[in-house]
Design a protein around this ligand. Sequence first.
Ligand SMILES: Nc1ncnc2c1ncn2[C@@H]1O[C@H](COP(=O)(O)OP(=O)(O)OP(=O)(O)O)[C@@H](O)[C@H]1O
Ligand SMILES: [Mg+2]
Length: 254
Amino acid sequence: MSIAPKHIEQPSVLYMDGVSVSFDGFKALNSLSMCIEPGEMRAIIGPNGAGKTTMMDVITGKTQPDCGTVLFNDQHDLTRYDEAAVANLGIGRKFQKPSVIESLTVFENLEMSLRGGRSVWQALRHRLTAEQQDKLDHILALIDMTARLDTFAGNLSHGQKQWLEIGMLLGQQPQLLLIDEPAAGMTDEETMKTAELFKTLAQHHSLMVVEHDMDFIAALECRVTVLHEGSVLAEGSLASVKANDKVIDVYLGR
Ligand SMILES: Nc1ncnc2c1ncn2[C@@H]1O[C@H](COP(=O)(O)OP(=O)(O)OP(=O)(O)O)[C@@H](O)[C@H]1O
Ligand SMILES: [Mg+2]
């Protein structure tokens, strides 16, 4: 099976064209088309049920679309990969609920993520290489948890658990990070700190961030895509989508 040709010329890390997904006849995605440029951070907003999470399910091989093109780096047809294979290509996904192991320390959780694929027991018995140790130190600094190395993950705040989980994703060196509602349940201070973290991550990764918190979206200072009923309703700067009458009607309110 050949890959459908792209209709635009600039390179993209993620390219979706005409993607549809139906659940019992209901179109969760309806001919969705969107591109993310290499190194770009993109915020995705839109009402409940707009298809934001379903879009991430399609990108990560969890849900097979009825039709449409989904390309990674203009060469990998993601609809032909399963979830593990998509992760191996360099796409990391963070779900809303943190999945850190609460009975392990911050250090042990990160250590484990650096060795992906091993069981907890195997991972813990195995010593890190000097390179892995450097990477771990770098990640700890990025997520501002160097001082919490020995804290059990179960004793972290909700925000800290989220940051730890993002740190664990970074262990796999993903090129593209997909993050669904990271600020949900965070304090205002944690939310703003998360925005700063993402801006730092955007220096070395492409990011797609779904969120309802508009202060958080504003702090990301990036291009925004508004989804509605499974397609793109508007796209551009936050100021431009906020001023868009259709967006005001279906999402932001008057
Ligand atoms: N596995 C599924 N089976 C049936 N319907 C589904 C399934 N997954 C999603 N849907 C439906 O598809 C639509 C889009 O859901 P989705 O979770 O993608 O929305 P969302 O934009 O992420 O919303 P929210 O902001 O509430 O997270 C919703 O109407 C939802 O009920
Ligand atoms: Mg969702």
